[in-house]
Design a protein around this ligand. Structure first.
Ligand SMILES: CC(C)(COP(=O)(O)OP(=O)(O)OC[C@H]1O[C@@H](n2cnc3c(N)ncnc32)[C@H](O)[C@@H]1OP(=O)(O)O)[C@@H](O)C(=O)NCCC(=O)NCCS
Length: 140
């Protein structure tokens, strides 16, 4: 893993990140477009973390902290680079960021049917809280 480089994404990365999510991420997010990612980077320039190897984008995660909750989104590793510890490294970087900001607990939404993801989250120390349901309302 010595050649893995994790850095915060900037505006010039947006197009590449959107293309990467199409091949690597689970499903699509409501914010997966140029404006959505640009807004994230403008609001919190340290939130979108990219993992690169030899200059190629191999992983991503959003380490979102709003002053109250620490929420992890868009954890994704390129299909050709899985089971090499990249997600684990991204989650370590995410948790270091949260700890530095004073965050108290890291949480993520994980689809029930995404069993591979369950393994990865469990391996990183996360556990499901069965008593909650996600409640949502579209804003537009
Ligand atoms: C889930 C995902 C991010 C894992 O990325 P990864 O880089 O392959 O994970 P890592 O190599 O860091 O794995 C860390 C640990 O997780 C567990 N794990 C990861 N993938 C696994 C699999 N397919 N089967 C069993 N365990 C697995 C293992 O314990 C692994 O440690 P080990 O390889 O030493 O046994 C990747 O499969 C992915 O991008 N999937 C599609 C997007 C997605 O579902 N994201 C999560 C949304 S909630």
């Amino acid at each position: 893993m010595d050649d893995l480089h994790i850095r915060a994404a900037g505006p010039s990365d947006i197009t590449a990140v959107l293309g990467f999510w199409q091949v690597a991420a689970e499903g699509a997010s409501i914010s997966d477009d140029e404006q959505g990612v640009a807004r994230l980077i403008a609001r919190d320039p340290e939130a979108l973390l990219l993992a690169e190897r030899g200059g190629a984008l191999v992983g991503s995660v959003i380490a979102g902290f709003d002053g109250w909750r620490c929420h992890v989104y868009r954890l994704a590793v390129h299909p050709g680079a899985r089971r090499q510890g990249i997600a684990a490294a991204l989650l370590r970087a995410t948790e270091e960021r949260f700890a530095a900001l004073g965050g108290r607990r890291s949480d993520a939404m994980v689809l029930q049917r995404n069993e591979v993801a369950h393994h990865a989250w469990k391996a990183a120390g996360y556990g499901a809280e069965e008593q909650w349901r996600r409640w949502t309302k579209p804003l537009r």
